[in-house]
Design a protein around this ligand. Structure first.
Ligand SMILES: *Cc1c(COP(=O)(O)O)cnc(C)c1O
Length: 361
């Protein structure tokens, strides 16, 4: 046996399961398993990506000023309190790296995003899972689970994979009730799908213990590019900047993301179309006896009678070339998470679920 042992916590990490993207023997595959934008990426962002080819031999800008400035202008924020990462996953990792370690507790909720316990283990901290109420974050339960060892509370709002949200007053009550020295991370990966929502930015401005994370992977249609950002109190951002690698983002990533964030018209069109098709899909499935909670994001959590029916439906959808997401690993074995696609995609998946239901009766 080798004397080489990994750091505490690392071997506890269960490898992240990504959304499947292929089905053996199927060519016309419809992928609705990773909450990707069915309309792709803004043309302006694609043009910026193409232009960046001319400077690939140069090291990238290290302080991200042009991208941070663009984000700050578009969202009305302070550029000095923005930090950018390779996806919001990297920003979440900066938080864990800087503010939690062995002996500390990191809270996430029952159906919370699977990266949260992974990040806790990565830094040797103890992940603490708190029950939700009806697939929604329960602020009282989170506050009751806090101890003097609690260093980070992760919530996604809107949440993934449930699609549910808690109101601004509830988030504020959570932030105000945390023990001294604990940070609330408000993961806003789906913020742009909620009309007029600031993603928690005003709460960040009002307090010294809240960090908001955002991503270019969802409504901006840039999941493959890997860009995200965080917004927080200056003191916390300054700490996180120390662990950020100086060249964590390429100029290609930054220039493309900058063009994407400035294309507010594209984002607005995607938000409206998502809302329209989400309502249609939820209603169509409900009529077939497949209910879902009101979703505030770009997916629906379809609820079946039991795990067996959800698994059978998933298998049937695969036979029809449609990939959705099983979420048993999130404590939701009777559910399937279905990304809201474009109109043709929504019609195709609704038609397939109807065939499945008819076949079963
Ligand atoms: C998709 C998603 C993210 C985004 O991750 P990236 O690293 O930015 O691609 C973050 N949090 C939640 C809850 C998500 O669903």
């Amino acid at each position: 046996m080798s004397d080489i042992t990994p750091q505490p916590g690392i071997m506890e990490i269960k490898l992240y399961q990504g959304g499947q993207s292929q089905i053996a023997g199927q060519t016309d595959v419809l992928k609705l398993s990773s909450n990707e934008n069915p309309f792709g990426t803004s043309d302006k962002a694609k043009e910026a990506f193409a232009r960046s080819v001319h400077s690939l031999h140069r090291y990238p800008n290290t302080d991200h000023t042009p991208l941070r400035t663009a984000i700050a202008q578009v969202h009305g924020l302070d550029a000095d309190r923005i930090i950018c990462g390779a996806g919001s996953d990297e920003v979440l990792q900066f938080v864990a790296h800087c503010f939690a370690g062995p002996g500390d507790e990191v809270i996430y909720t029952e159906h919370g995003f699977s990266m949260y316990p992974i990040l806790a283990h990565m830094v040797g901290a103890t992940p603490v899972c708190v029950p939700e109420r009806e697939r929604t974050v329960d602020v009282d339960a989170v506050l009751a689970a806090c101890t003097e060892r609690t260093k980070i509370v992760f919530i996604a709002n809107p949440a993934n994979p449930t699609g549910t949200m808690i109101g601004g007053n509830e988030v504020a009550r959570l932030a105000a009730g945390l023990p001294k020295g604990a940070i609330l991370v408000h993961d806003g990966a789906y913020t742009e799908y909620v009309d007029g929502f600031d993603g928690g930015a005003a709460l960040v401005d009002a307090r010294d213990n809240v960090i908001m994370t955002r991503t270019f992977s969802k409504i901006y249609g840039l999941g493959g590019l890997r860009v995200g950002w965080g917004y927080g109190p200056k003191a916390l951002i300054d700490v996180m900047t120390r662990v950020r690698q100086p060249f964590n983002l390429s100029d290609t990533q930054m220039a493309t993301a900058e063009a994407a964030v400035r294309d507010v018209e594209f984002v607005e069109r995607c938000r409206l179309e998502n809302a329209r098709m989400r309502a249609w899909l939820a209603e169509s499935l409900a009529e077939m006896g497949v209910p879902s909670d009101t979703s505030t994001a770009n997916f629906i959590l379809a609820r079946f009678h039991d795990a067996a029916e959800a698994e059978a439906c998933d298998a049937f959808l695969k036979s029809q070339g449609i990939i959705v997401r099983m979420v048993a690993g999130y404590g939701l074995p009777n559910c399937l998470r279905i990304t809201v696609g474009d109109e043709a995609a929504c019609r195709r998946v609704a038609h397939a679920v109807r065939k499945f239901k008819e076949q079963a009766t």
